[in-house]
Design a protein around this ligand. Structure first.
Ligand code: ZN
Ligand code: ZN
Length: 889
């Protein structure tokens, strides 16, 4: 048997096993009508996306669920894919063209599409490779792209069905418009930033010549589009002006003064200009008062013919000129600096121009009603639960969804306009002629659909809908939708609406939302802060398993996750700990085999010795906890408990005790079967979290087990451990925890009194019922605490203070360490006195602070609480120091 290498080399091991799993076809499930499948459809990363830690987190969590269910024997499908990402991709390709001094118009729609496809193909390859690097066990044979023929047909079908039901319509609505990208944007593609601008106070002369109304605005250049001035009906300042009119300066146009409750009395002068074609709130006011809409800008945000002589000026240049001209006319009362939030295009950071445009919309409210019902009736569960409220809030207030985009990259809107009869033909397949008059003079709508329209169909379009495929039949509804909480509304809610609408069934029964990644100090990661962790470098330095473990351990659904070097390093230490422990166990097995002994099996006989009973009991308790935690989506906690068990109970205690047994040559009974069994099950428990190292070590262990022919070919298809309640042994657990406490307390005392690690000290342990159990571990206590001679005695035998000794009072025992054997007494005494005096001084200090009223009044409660805790800690310490001093005499 070849010995495993001294150090773990993640890169080599990761490549080897991923290739093996792929080759064996483990990632592709078999359709078995007798079994309920477990299905996750991967949130498709944008083709523009480079691998970042967010992907690594999503992938780690989903792979954990998938591997766990697969090991439970369920047909398990994790379907991967990528999103064409509309505007984001188009901008990238446009930037490439710009470097050659070209625009998309120079090369035309067809050539542009070709270029974009090429780029997307390359990018998809990279993204898939990156997922494979992360160990994602998804079924690559079902890999999907939003622009593939299947999903594209689904998009057209969904569009036509909604149109025929009257749930898709074309209309003039307020949209977020990017003048640079020249397209409508979804709310998600707009980021609001605070900017410092000005509030301009402008006088509008009353048409009856009796003075002015002064309005305050941040956008004086839009006054050409004003169709009213509005005041609040409760505002006494303007009561007698409502119903009268003002004359717009420069263009001398008369507009009415109206009263509307939406006007905030405290803002500016209390009088607002109403520009319905360029402001969403103004549009609502205009609809209530039946005001006309006047569009004053071109698509590129230059002024149009409605801006009189200002036509052709860019919007901000126009602002400067308008302000100067109003000032000249004495109509600019004043300006003041003003900070406000303004939407920007997230692709090019151009300021959004809200405008009314002719666009396609989904009438979302009826779809939302069904989606609300599905969650309210418990058919879909959101984890963590508190997001349910957010979800209802959004869905109950849903607005119609603008789905047309003035882009070239995406799903073309399946609508053809007839140039003969002017009617629309809406069709899944390209029509040869107008449906109404048969004319062949038809032109397809030039726009494409919002990316979220195709990703909203993702759970069913990837499984073959609208065809009634075997996949759709078997794998839909899917099981869990796992994603970041930031896209619950933009994406998850849309999948629920469209999934229900298209298939009549919910798309998934559980939504699992993870938090956002932050740095070690809890700060958001950003290029500006310079705290971004590069995943490729991280994988190189720590390995995938350590990265995955650091990302997810201790995390809980919906809560943000802090990640930094120390967490990564501690995960890597864990990987090394498991590696070294396994290496020890394998070498011990090999040593026995050389001596002619048979290989152990991983199936143990009933344990006789106390520590064997104990490790079996702890292991089975862990298995049962983990099952319960995984069922309730508490993966981070499950991971933490597995970590604690392996690190502490198994490695630090059981293996250390086993080492003593193995080296003493008194091998009856041998601990090897229990070492092998605990290791084998621990590796299986850990596999969904750390797939690579567990496979590597499990395979090496398997070769050394006599029952290997009955074991699976890979840990990833071996069964997930199931707890054996019969192994739970409270008696052994109680005794071992007493023994651990004895060893720990002696080690602490040694460290505190600076006893050299090689030195032996004398110890006596007094105990009651546990005497036989503790006595059976005398050798372990001796070795692990380095105590000699060691006496384990009945409590009743203890004589009162017969000598100078340190006494440690524990839950189940009392440990007596004679000073004579442990420390240089005068020096120890001096040290203790110094410590005592310093502690008394600190206590006096804090005590005084806590009695000081100025401090108590000024300090925030958590600081005061902290001081109180410090005080009580110091008082405990003082008590202990005094006791030790008295024991020292
Ligand atoms: Zn833009
Ligand atoms: Zn026609």
């Amino acid at each position: 048997m070849s010995e495993i290498p001294k150090a773990y080399e993640p890169g080599k091991v990761e490549r080897k096993w991923y290739a093996f799993w792929l080759e064996q076809g483990y990632f592709t499930p078999e359709i078995d009508p007798g079994k309920k499948p477990f299905v996750i459809i991967m949130p498709p990363p944008n083709v523009t996306g480079e691998l970042h830690l967010g992907h690594a987190l999503t992938s780690a969590l989903e792979d954990t669920m998938i591997r766990w269910h697969r090991m439970k024997g369920e047909p398990t499908l994790w379907l991967p894919g990528t999103d064409h990402a509309g505007i984001a991709t188009q901008v990238v390709v446009e930037q490439k063209l710009a470097k050659q001094g070209l625009t998309k118009n120079d090369i035309g729609r067809e050539k542009f599409s070709e270029m974009t496809w090429e780029w997307a193909k390359e990018s998809r390859k990279n993204i898939n490779y990156q997922h494979q690097t992360l160990g994602a066990s998804c079924d690559w044979t079902r890999d999907c792209f939003t622009l593939d023929e299947g999903p594209s047909r689904a998009v057209r079908t969904a569009f036509v069905r909604l149109y025929n039901k009257g749930l898709i319509y074309r209309g003039e609505r307020m949209i977020n418009w990017c003048p640079r990208c020249q397209t409508a944007l979804s709310d998600l593609e707009v980021e609001h930033k605070d900017i410092i601008g000005h509030l301009y106070y402008i006088r509008y002369p009353l048409s009856n010549g009796e003075g002015f109304v002064t309005i305050a605005t941040t956008r004086p250049e839009t006054f050409f589009g004003d169709t009213a001035v509005a005041v609040n009906p409760e505002d006494t300042r303007y009561k007698n002006l409502v119903g009268k009119s003002v004359i717009l300066p420069i263009i001398n146009k008369e507009i009415p003064i109206i009263a509307d409750e939406a006007v905030d009395i405290s803002f500016g002068t209390g009088a607002l200009k109403i520009t319905p074609a360029h402001d969403p709130t103004d549009l609502e006011v205009a609809e209530r008062h039946d005001l006309p809409l006047v569009n004053i800008m071109n698509a590129d945000a230059t002024m149009n013919e409605n801006a009189s002589s200002y036509q052709g000026l860019e919007r901000f240049a126009c602002r400067d000129k308008v302000v100067a001209d109003l000032r000249d006319k004495g109509l600019l009362e004043k300006t003041e600096p003003y900070s406000h939030s303004v939407g920007h295009c997230t692709r090019c950071w151009t300021m959004i121009e809200p405008r009314v445009g002719l666009q396609w919309f989904v009438h979302a409210q009826p779809l939302a009603e069904a989606a609300i019902k599905a969650v309210r009736e418990g058919k879909i569960t959101i984890i963590p639960e508190h997001f349910t409220k957010t979800y209802f809030g959004w869905m109950e207030d849903i607005k119609d969804w603008c789905i047309s985009r003035q882009l070239w990259w995406g799903h073309r809107i399946p609508v053809w306009y007839c140039q003969t009869c002017n009617k629309l033909t809406v069709s899944v397949d390209e029509p040869a002629a107008c449906q109404h008059c048969g004319s062949q003079q038809i032109v397809q709508d030039p726009d494409v659909l919002d990316t979220w329209f195709s990703s909203g169909l993702w759970t069913h379009s990837t499984l073959g809908w609208p065809e009634d495929t075997n996949d759709l039949h078997y794998f839909y509804p899917t099981s869990v939708m796992e994603t970041g909480y930031d896209i619950l509304f933009f994406w998850v809610a849309r999948m629920i609406m469209l999934g229900l609408e298209d298939t009549g069934q919910i798309p998934f029964h559980t939504i699992y939302l993870h938090g956002l990644l932050r740095d070690e100090r809890g700060e958001k990661m950003s290029k500006l802060r310079g705290n971004i962790i590069n995943p490729i470098e991280t994988i190189g330095a720590y390995g995938i398993d350590a990265l995955r473990f650091a990302l997810t351990t201790g995390s809980s659904p919906g809560n943000d996750i802090n990640l930094g070097k120390s967490k990564l390093a501690s995960s890597r230490n864990f990987v090394n700990k498991i590696w070294n422990a396994t290496r020890f166990i394998l070498r011990s097995i090999d040593a026995e085999v050389i001596k002619g002994k048979a290989l152990p099996t991983a199936e143990t006989e009933k344990p006789q010795r106390m520590e064997d009973r104990w490790i079996q009991s702890r292991l089975n308790r862990l298995i049962s906890n983990v099952a319960q935690l995984m069922e309730t989506f508490q993966f981070g906690e499950a991971e933490r408990q597995i970590y604690d068990f392996i690190w502490s109970e198994f490695c630090d205690w059981y293996i250390e005790i086993a080492k003593i047994r193995l080296s003493s040559n008194q091998m009856t009974p041998s601990p090897l079967p229990f070492l092998a069994n605990t290791l084998e099950k621990s590796l299986r428990l850990l596999h969904p979290f750390m797939p690579f190292i567990t496979e590597e070590l499990w395979q090496s262990l398997k070769q050394r087990l006599s029952n290997r022919s009955q074991m699976a070919d890979s840990i990833m298809i071996a069964p997930y451990p199931v707890a054996d309640d019969k192994a739970i042994d409270p008696e052994a657990e109680r005794a071992m925890s007493a023994i651990i406490e004895v060893v720990r307390s002696i080690r602490n005392a040694r460290a505190e009194h600076k006893v050299k690690s090689k030195e032996w000290i004398e110890a006596r342990v007094y105990t009651a019922e546990l005497l036989p159990a503790i006595a059976s571990q005398a050798k372990a206590i001796q070795t692990l605490a380095r105590v000699r001679p060691l006496a384990i005695l009945n409590r009743q035998e203890k004589k009162p203070d017969e000598e100078k000794a340190l006494v440690l009072v524990l839950r189940e025992a009392e440990v007596v360490l004679p000073w004579a054997g442990m420390a240089d007494q005068p020096a120890a005494k001096k040290h203790l006195i110094r410590e005592r005096d310093a502690t008394e001084a600190r206590i006096a200090q804090i005590d005084a602070r806590l009695k000081d009223n100025t401090f108590l009044n000024k300090a925030p409660p958590h600081i005061i609480e902290g001081e109180k805790q410090k005080l009580s800690g110091l008082e405990d310490k003082l008590k202990r120091l005094r006791l030790e001093l008295s024991q020292l005499g």
